[in-house]
Design a protein. Structure first.
Length: 95
């Protein structure tokens, strides 16, 4: 697996890939202090994960600097959802 250098693309990025993503309940519970935008409602997916809906449709943990604010939430190196962790580690094109 290769790592995607997301910050390298920030000058050209609009963070359209960082939409509303499923967040496991346990992660949500320890991540509240790291919210970056207001959550209008919280839905659930079929697996019981939470889907925090924001007014702009971006992930509620996406910071103004286009970085994920959920990293420090519970002290683990990477507590992001699989869809976020997998981004850039696959061979398909990302726009």
């Amino acid at each position: 697996m290769t790592n995607f250098d997301c910050p390298r693309f920030h000058p050209d990025c609009s963070a359209h890939c960082c939409g509303i993503v499923p967040i496991p309940l346990a992660t949500w519970q320890v991540s509240q202090a790291h919210l970056q935008r207001p959550v209008l409602e919280v839905r659930r997916d079929q697996q019981g994960n939470l889907l925090p809906v924001t007014a702009d449709g971006f992930c509620c943990f996406l910071g103004a600097d286009l970085r994920c604010a959920i990293y420090p939430a519970d002290g683990r190196a990477d507590c992001r959802d699989a869809v976020c962790r997998d981004f850039g580690s696959r061979s398909e094109e990302h726009t």
